[in-house]
Design a protein around this ligand. Sequence first.
Ligand SMILES: Cc1cc2nc3c(=O)[nH]c(=O)nc-3n(C[C@H](O)[C@H](O)[C@H](O)COP(=O)(O)OP(=O)(O)OC[C@H]3O[C@@H](n4cnc5c(N)ncnc54)[C@H](O)[C@@H]3O)c2cc1C
Length: 379
Amino acid sequence: MTLIEGRSIGFGGSGRNNGQVIPTLPAAEPDWIEGKFGDTGARFVDLLQNSASMLFDLVRAEGIDCEAEQTGWFQPAHSAAHMRISAARVAAWAKRGAPAQLLEHAESTELLGSDKWFGGMLNPTGGHINPLMFARGLAKTCVAAGVDIYENSPVQAVVREGDHWQISTSNATITAHAILLATNAYSGALTPDLAPKIRRSFVPITSWQLATEPLGDALRAGIIPARQAVSDTRGDLQYFRYDAQNRLVTGAGMIFKTTARARLPAHVGARLTHAFPQIGTPRFTHIWNGFVGITTDFFPRFHYLGPNYLGFLGYNGRGVALSIPLGRQLALALTGAPEQDLAISLTTPKTIPLHGFVLRLAPAALARYRWRDKHPPNL
Ligand SMILES: Cc1cc2nc3c(=O)[nH]c(=O)nc-3n(C[C@H](O)[C@H](O)[C@H](O)COP(=O)(O)OP(=O)(O)OC[C@H]3O[C@@H](n4cnc5c(N)ncnc54)[C@H](O)[C@@H]3O)c2cc1C
């Protein structure tokens, strides 16, 4: 088996993400998934609810050194209406056997070290990792299992020749019986014409990440003392997790990219100060960004691209845990498992009409999310 990476391992979302190991999708609820995909959807929901545990089990089984902490994932509700949505979410997951719990305001305040949220959903199977260490550790595990990895080798073309595929980079050609196109939100970023339909079937959104300087012991003990990964119910998400040096790793979306880097520390710092006044004005030591692949219904796509040629994309910001079981599903699909045994439905890529225009307009959606965050529905 051969892995061809255009840059270096973890160059894409896998090395740049916030490291939150979350066993849910951002918008697709279990009832919706089962309603849309039937038995396949039920199998998908089962994988989703076990995805965080699968990742941590893999880390333990393979001894991957990635600062993994299975401390739980908490989704605090930012409004009374969202607290009711959290209650419905907990009920939907609990019905399926997931260990989701609803925390009321007092418990949430204790968990967060902040009384700014109304309560929320806790899932103890979640947690966090250092994503780049995880990606590199996983690559090492693959090499030990016999996988050949070529870095700095952007694939230029994939061509069908008789009963096999030819994959070309600038200085080599590989022949393969089966291929998985795993370029996800970076589809088109290195080779625009590799899979043009895929490139035009989703919206890559820039997500910014910031890490504070390490917090002192007293501050750390008062802010998320049990070290859960936290991401709230806002459309313009607020999220935090600790790294091994006790930095708070957080982030934000920005409508205007050009001056974003200069404006981010004040913007994200003000949010942290509001949530955790004891932190004062935080100092950020690291800022970076990456593309999140967003689909029209916020549900991932699994594409049939030709005989023994599959692709996938669109974890919608929740790929850390989910990519573990779905990688296995894609491997099963490529090796001929019947579709009725799989948790994924294969489709062909559908381009988004006026894609170029949508790409330019997409960051402005954040303004709408921010407005909705301030004016929650009256449920
Ligand atoms: C800033 C940020 C924060 C996030 N936070 C979270 C989080 O906290 N929790 C969570 O669950 N999810 C999060 N996500 C989403 C998550 O990171 C992704 O869903 C996941 O990493 C996708 O993994 P992947 O392997 O499918 O794609 P990627 O890791 O993006 O890999 C795609 C790879 O394809 C390569 N490539 C592209 N074109 C070519 C070519 N022509 N030839 C060869 N190689 C090519 C790229 O170099 C890249 O390395 C976040 C994403 C970002 C960007």
